[in-house]
Design a protein around this ligand. Structure first.
Ligand SMILES: Cc1cc2nc3c(=O)[nH]c(=O)nc-3n(C[C@H](O)[C@H](O)[C@H](O)COP(=O)(O)O)c2cc1C
Ligand code: SF4
Ligand code: FES
Length: 606
């Protein structure tokens, strides 16, 4: 095969953006797949010739990512997320219905080649559950009754209506304006006004300000950003890179998407000053591949910023050069882990590297690199605009600044809300009328995952905790990506652990055996228990297997994967025991566990 002249020209433009040819492999594969309808053997060989790679190297990379396919798909590809937040709104039933109506199984294409239906993992659209993508476009808040319209073509785009945040938001100040993505609207709101001034500051001064601001990384671990930046080696002559992590794949998390889709220039301006601060001339924004719309929006905004002289060489006469490349991933949760992301950006399978060395000394192409989350980088402009002291005081001690909190699941008002870090509690986020608005349908709260799927579940008695990194850690869980998934008393905790363990098994990159094998064993055990075929011994084995993963894997994915089974075994053991004793899930006989226990003749504690 050969690219059409149009695709060839596009590929040549893309290739020029990268210092190393192989980095262009994902865009090249997308172009080939788009042209051929699938990745054929010919397409693999052709991409190899374009990038000086063997077919085996191209195949090795392509087969890692879920967005590449090796057989044809239907004209309309319907992808239904069945991860936890969507499952709480009936995603599994919707998927089953779609398959039934089309007479196919998951992942199959109808005989006439018109439709393919697939199950996908969290799309970062958890507030708009059930999240569906139709040929890559959002159809959110989807229900079974929408299927007819989706199949007839009458419904192909329906984005989530994000509720606004109370008070005067800082990070979300532009997000609700008309045409908020455009450079004009951003400039009218004061955007880029102080870029020249900030680029005239010395890089060390900016790092000092970021240190004083108490900004901690918003990607999950809460590492102090200024401190991370100061780890860059002073005497390394190699180029430096800033990599903005927009992979946003942690189930429950849909905050970076809001910035990318609604206020891309905020991220671009902040990336420019952050690049200057770490003396980098090149910034990559690695966006998860499923964000078709976000990638388009960012690429348009980057082009606008170049045209206005905010990017490129000698920006606004300051002598500072910064280029930004928007790089789309191709579907792999593990690519959010910083070293896996760098491997992916280098054009390989997104599998993590052994640390040390850390990216600060040995990152992209072996050069000093800083990887930061979208929200973290967005905060840098706020620090420079308002001052480090203002930023620090806006949050709580050691937890500076504004924070985006996601809430999804069984709440009345799912959304991504901004609040000063640590100044609201988990209860406020769930029940506050200006936030989650309470439990849907007047039911009782059963449990809550506070910071994305990899954080230990909390009970309804544990929600009076301030939402900052230290307070949630002290309460025995983690703030993580501040993505709260709320579950009412109709939810079985064994089912919940099973759902998330399915995700971790699916996404394990396979590089180290405790995670590769262990996630599968945990899944088998949980399936057995949930189906009423488990024994008391299985509970011990489940704990033992999870213990053999925790702290023993190459990357923190292993610790993330054991959070759902371990925390439910600890806090909701009675539910596991019920499954073993009664040989069925309590949802078969009751609307809540309390009711099931009463029916089974057990005393319900007050
Ligand atoms: C399995 C896994 C997935 C991750 N996914 C993301 C992600 O989607 N976005 C993100 O910013 N960080 C993610 N991280 C954290 C990154 O490795 C890294 O710590 C972060 O991007 C650093 O940015 P920060 O200091 O601004 O938080 C993930 C980590 C792990 C172990
Ligand atoms: S812990 Fe899992 S995701 Fe991380 S390297 Fe090992 S197999 Fe891969
Ligand atoms: S989009 Fe479905 S769980 Fe996140």
């Amino acid at each position: 095969m050969e690219f059409t002249p149009e695709r060839k020209a596009k590929f040549e433009r893309i290739l020029k953006r990268y210092p190393v040819k192989r980095s262009a492999i994902l865009p090249a594969l997308f172009l080939a797949q788009d042209q051929e309808g699938q990745l054929t053997r010919d397409a693999i060989e052709y991409v190899g010739r374009l990038l000086d790679l063997t077919p085996a190297q191209v195949h090795d990379t392509a087969t890692y990512y879920s967005m590449f396919h090796f057989k044809p798909r239907g004209k309309t590809h319907i992808e239904i997320c069945t991860n936890l937040s969507c499952a709480l709104s009936g995603a599994d039933e919707m998927l089953a219905k779609a398959c039934q109506r089309l007479g196919v199984r998951e992942g199959e294409t109808t005989a006439d080649g018109r439709f393919t239906v697939s199950r996908v993992e969290c799309l970062a659209a958890c507030g708009g559950a059930v999240a569906v993508q139709v040929n890559g476009e959002w159809v959110e808040n989807a229900r079974e009754e929408d299927l007819s319209k989706i199949l007839s073509g009458a419904l192909s785009y329906r984005p989530f209506q994000w509720p606004s945040s109370p008070g005067d938001p800082v990070l979300l100040r532009n997000a609700w304006k008309q045409d908020s993505q455009s450079i004009q609207v951003y400039e009218e709101g004061g955007g880029y006004k102080n870029l020249q001034k900030h680029l005239s500051m010395s890089p060390d001064d900016i790092i000092e300000q970021v240190k004083r601001s108490a900004l901690r990384g918003r990607g999950g671990a809460g590492f102090p950003t200024g401190l991370k930046w100061s780890f860059l080696p002073k005497d390394n002559p190699k180029p430096r890179y800033l990599v903005v992590n927009a992979d946003e794949s942690e189930p429950g998390t849909y905050k970076d998407r809001l910035i990318i889709e609604n206020d891309p220039h905020q991220l671009i301006e902040a990336s420019i000053v952050s690049s200057h601060a770490i003396r980098s001339r090149m910034c990559f924004i690695y966006v998860r591949g499923e964000f078709w719309q976000g990638i388009r929006t960012l690429e348009t905004a980057v082009a606008e910023a170049y045209a206005a002289g905010y990017l490129g060489q000698n920006i606004l006469g300051t002598g500072v050069d910064v280029d930004i490349v928007v790089h789309g991933g191709a579907g792999a949760y593990e690519c959010g882990e910083e070293t896996a992301l760098l491997e992916s950006l280098e054009g390989k399978r997104g599998q993590p590297r052994l640390k040390p060395p850390f990216p600060a000394s040995h990152g992209l192409y072996g050069c000093p690199t800083i990887v930061n989350n979208v929200e973290t980088i967005a905060c840098v402009s706020v620090i420079l605009e308002k001052g480090a002291e203002w930023f620090a005081a806006w949050g709580t001690e050691k937890n500076g600044g504004p924070k985006l909190y996601c809430v999804s699941g069984h709440v009345e008002r799912p959304g991504t809300y901004e609040a000063p870090m640590g100044r609201i509690t988990l209860r406020d986020l769930i029940y506050g009328p200006e936030y989650g608005g309470g439990i849907r349908g007047g039911r009782e709260l059963r449990a809550v995952v506070p910071g994305g799927s990899s954080t230990p579940v909390m009970t309804s008695d544990e929600i009076d905790v301030a939402l900052d990194f230290d307070s949630v850690a002290k309460a025995g869980s983690m703030l993580g990506s501040a993505a709260t998934i709320v579950m009412d008393d109709s939810v079985c905790m064994v089912w919940m652990a099973l759902k998330l363990t399915y995700f971790y098994k699916h996404e394990s990159c396979g590089k180290c055996s405790p995670c590769r094998e262990g996630t599968g064993w945990m899944l088998q055990l949980l399936e057995r228990i949930e189906n009423g075929q488990g024994s008391e011994k299985d509970l011990e084995t489940l704990w033992g297997v999870s213990d053999a993963i925790g702290g023993k894997t190459l990357c923190p994915f292993g610790d993330a994967a054991i959070a759902p089974p371990q925390s439910t075994l600890k806090k909701f053991r009675e539910e596991y025991q019920y499954h073993v004793r009664e040989k069925h899930c309590w949802r078969k006989v009751a609307r809540s566990f309390k009711e099931a226990r009463a029916k089974a003749g057990q005393v319900v504690p007050a």
